[in-house]
Design a protein around this ligand. Structure first.
Ligand code: PCD
Length: 788
């Protein structure tokens, strides 16, 4: 007679438990940074530069000071007296907090005003008179490296050009040899345009410095509160134990809320100067023109191919436009992030990547928008190349992939760039996808339709992505190793509180983390409170981005639960008067081996930890775990899209989208599906409509929602999701892999490949995203590539 707890009834692993955080979100009871109201709180607004590149001749703040209700007008010069006119970035660069010498992009922070309310502060900003002397403007890497290019970062000693870095990885000689043996070389030049993560909630902070206790508390929209605490301690030279960073609810992060922004620093400095709480809430245009942009990369690629379809080698060069400051987060060893994770699911014998980053007069770029450090660019490049290579060889793109995939039995697989891919079943996933979309049938329809002047197309994208940085040998940000943590306290009555170093921005951690505890201990998920985002209470963690929370923090939750179980076992042995070795664990309960009815529940053990522990045992049932993963996790995904292109207008409609995601064990299948649908929606938006760019003067075109389009339910196509293939991560304690980013990473190439497939008799090899109707129409009627 077993009394095992039924995991599916207590909200354990694999249960589509309803999101507990939604109770407050859908009732309007969320607690976002702008909801924080403190006694005596003042409001901060930022004056931004209208010009992209100009010397500041003078700043006159006298008119602003005269406005009633203004408490402080802060310029870069004043911040400099506190050594805070500049701050370090997460990539070993510096960034202006408030400009002193020059402005280097449109929208850059020039001054700020603190006033009794935000409207007074905004009016006062307009009363600041700045005299600018315009300078020549650089808006792309080509201009940045031109002979006569103006030097953007003349503030940096030793910087004589606009190059941020040069970087390379792989085997140049082996790659050259592979190209010599090639029957066919397939080339493509692509631009992955700038895009903006554009979370619904903009950035903001409420800084509260208390002179009496010397304590600084900052409520803010950060995805990585502990990193901010360390940064504030170092930059503002404040004692770390007297700094408390609290990330309350966050209305979407998507990578936008990883960097440290000048607004945060200004609110902190102003609160210290005024000894009053100071709130800064960014407006939408401020968010769209000044905070971390993503992508903006030019990619030149070549594949060396054998006539039978085997890939022999890959060569690629990337030009990355970083804007005026190299301010996004990168693991410090990898200058262009994990761009070299490309071609990890294919058996490619030789590869070589060169990269150059440049400064331009644009807002800082390169942030990881739903992307583990440039893997989005890597997978887009890979899947566009693979599609085109198949076409160049006259092979079916699905068949071409089959011939080059790493076989399931050959994992772990070492890529030519040095990654070790832990596991995967590429072909099995592709087979599911092809069956679901009715591949052969669609190819016939496409041919039939073509005869009648209709243009159908099908695009495949298959990829594996490294998720869960890091392991501490290889991954650090600013020297801080990329591990994560969890702390679990089981109370006397068997209820528990779990605190984690990650920080949800909408992903549903409060729901899923409790499920891991449930799975490990048999405590119902509803009995576990999950708390994140307060550095005074949560254990140190690197934060939530790069889909690292499940791979790293999730593993820490498993491990801390197992530590608790180990102590509970000692308590059970004491209660049952047997030795530990004589106990068997079934979910939620220890019993005596061979006498299953003689047992104690985890809740009874918890009670004993406070009321009936054996002699000499430390009371209580709590512990923590720091987890340093041995490797990244490698989910595999297949996205297949079918489209119809209208040859008269260039408008294309999605007919069908099939997604097959193998992210290992799913903690909460419903949440995973939500993540995939969200990612596909963003992928569709990037491929179809999103356009934010800069004119020759460096004006940001598209800095509002009239121009930069967010897809709504109306224009977003439906998605068919598949979860048949499950390859548990061999090194993760519960076999889970990250998934949050996959669809946004792999999706765009599927849409673009589909549209190009519909044009595959025209000789057109590439149209750069977004595939706006005019671009598609131009490619179709003029029969040439269209670059963006
Ligand atoms: N999961 C499960 N299972 C598995 C996996 C996973 O269940 N296998 C779930 C979890 O738990 C969670 C989610 O799902 O809840 C996710 O997860 P992951 O993958 O781990 O991730 P995370 O870390 O948590 O997160 C992050 C991501 C990112 S990165 C991004 S962008 C985005 C995504 O996430 N964001 C966001 N998603 C999202 N959602 C929302 N709602 N919101 C947001 O904001 Mo970056 O790097 O930052 O760029």
């Amino acid at each position: 007679m077993s009394q095992t707890v039924d995991e599916s009834k207590i909200g354990g692993l694999g249960v589509s438990r309803k999101r507990v955080e939604d109770n407050r979100f859908i009732r309007g009871r969320g607690n976002y940074t702008d909801d924080i109201v403190l006694p005596g709180m003042l409001h901060l607004e930022i004056l931004r530069s209208p010009l992209a590149h100009a010397r500041i001749k003078s700043i006159d703040t006298s008119r602003a000071w005269e406005i009633p209700g203004v408490r402080l007008v802060l310029t870069g010069e004043m911040a400099a007296t506190r050594n805070l006119a500049w701050m370090p970035t997460l990539s070993y660069d510096t960034q202006a907090v408030l400009a002193t010498d020059k402005v280097r992009f449109q929208g850059q922070e020039v001054a700020c005003v603190v006033a009794d309310d935000p409207y007074i502060a905004k009016d006062a900003c307009e009363a600041i008179d700045v005299e600018y002397e315009p300078l020549p403007v650089v808006v792309n890497p080509e201009q940045a490296v031109a002979e006569d290019a103006p030097l953007i970062r003349d503030d940096k000693a030793g910087q004589t050009d606009n190059v941020v870095y040069r970087w390379e990885v792989g085997d140049p000689a082996g790659t050259d040899a592979a190209f010599e043996k090639a029957d066919v070389v397939s080339k493509l030049r692509l631009h992955y345009p700038r895009s903006h993560p554009s979370p619904i909630e903009c950035c903001g902070s409420v800084a509260d410095f208390d002179r009496a206790t010397n304590k600084l508390t900052v409520y803010m929209t950060t995805q990585a509160p502990h990193i901010i605490r360390a940064a504030v301690a170092m930059v503002a030279e404040l004692p770390e134990h007297l700094i408390r960073i609290i990330s309350p609810d966050i209305g979407g992060g998507f990578g936008n809320k990883v960097p440290v922004y000048p607004g945060y620093v200004c609110s902190i400095l102003c609160s210290i100067l005024l000894e009053r709480p100071v709130k800064w809430i960014e407006d939408k245009t401020g968010n769209l023109i000044s905070t971390g942009f993503a992508r903006d990369m030019y990619l030149d690629g070549e594949l060396a191919l054998r006539a039978d379809g085997k890939i022999l080698g890959v060569r690629m060069h990337a030009e990355a436009d970083h804007g005026a400051f190299f301010a996004d987060a990168q693991p410090s060893k990898f200058k262009i992030g994990l761009l070299h994770s490309t071609f990890a699911c294919y058996d490619v014998p030789a590869a070589h990547l060169t990269a150059r980053g440049t400064y331009t007069n644009k807002a800082p770029g390169g942030v990881a928008y739903r992307c583990s450090f440039r893997v989005t660019e890597a997978m887009f490049f890979q899947e566009r190349m693979v599609h085109q290579a198949a076409k160049d060889l006259g092979l079916d793109p699905a068949e071409f992939r089959r011939r080059n995939f790493v076989r399931a039995e050959d994992f772990p697989h070492r890529t030519p760039f040095g990654f070790l891919v832990d596991s995967g079943q590429p072909q099995a996933c592709l087979d599911v996808g092809l069956r679901a979309v009715g591949y052969e049938d669609f190819l016939r329809q496409k041919e039939e339709a073509r005869k009648r002047g209709r243009r159908l197309g099908i695009g495949i994208s298959t990829m594996t992505e490294p998720l869960g940085a890091g392991n501490s040998r290889e991954y650090d940000i600013l020297g801080i190793k990329m591990f994560d943590s969890a702390e679990l306290r089981v109370h006397m009555t068997g209820k528990a509180i779990l605190r984690v170093g990650a920080k949800s921005q909408g992903q549903g951690h409060e729901t899923t983390w409790a499920q891991i505890v449930s799975h490990e201990l048999g405590i119902p998920a509803d009995d576990v409170t999950v708390e994140e985002g307060d550095t005074d209470t949560a254990p140190f963690g690197m934060g939530t981005y790069a889909s690292r929370s499940t791979p790293v923090a999730g593993a820490a939750i498993s491990l801390v639960s197992r530590k608790i179980r180990a102590k509970a076992r000692k308590l059970a042995a004491h209660l049952l008067e047997v030795s530990e070795e004589d106990l068997e664990w079934e979910l939620g309960r220890f019993s005596v081996r061979g006498v299953p009815e003689h047992g104690v529940t985890i809740q009874e053990c918890a009670m004993a930890a406070y009321g009936n522990m054996p002699d000499g045992m430390e009371p209580g049932l709590e512990n923590h775990a720091y987890y340093d993963p041995p490797n990244l996790t490698w989910p595999f995904a297949v996205y297949i899209v079918t489209v119809e292109v209208d040859p008269e207008t260039g408008v294309w409609d999605v007919l069908n989208t099939v997604a097959v995601d193998d992210c290992g064990v799913r903690i909460n299948p419903m949440i995973v599906e939500g993540q995939i649908m969200g990612g596909l929606t963003e992928a569709y938006a990037m491929a179809n409509m999103q356009f934010i760019t800069f004119d020759a003067e460096g004006n940001c075109v598209g800095s509002n929602y009239m121009d930069y389009l967010l897809p709504t339910a109306w224009e977003t196509p439906g998605f068919e999701l598949h979860s048949e293939v499950v390859t548990p991560s061999p090194h993760h304690p519960i076999g889970a892999k990250g998934v949050g980013e996959c669809a946004a990473v792999g999706g765009p190439a599927a849409f673009v490949n589909a549209v190009l497939d519909a044009l595959d008799d025209t000789g057109v090899r590439n149209i750069d995203m977004p595939l706006l109707p005019d671009r598609v129409w131009e490619a179709l009627t003029r029969r040439h590539d269209v670059s963006g």
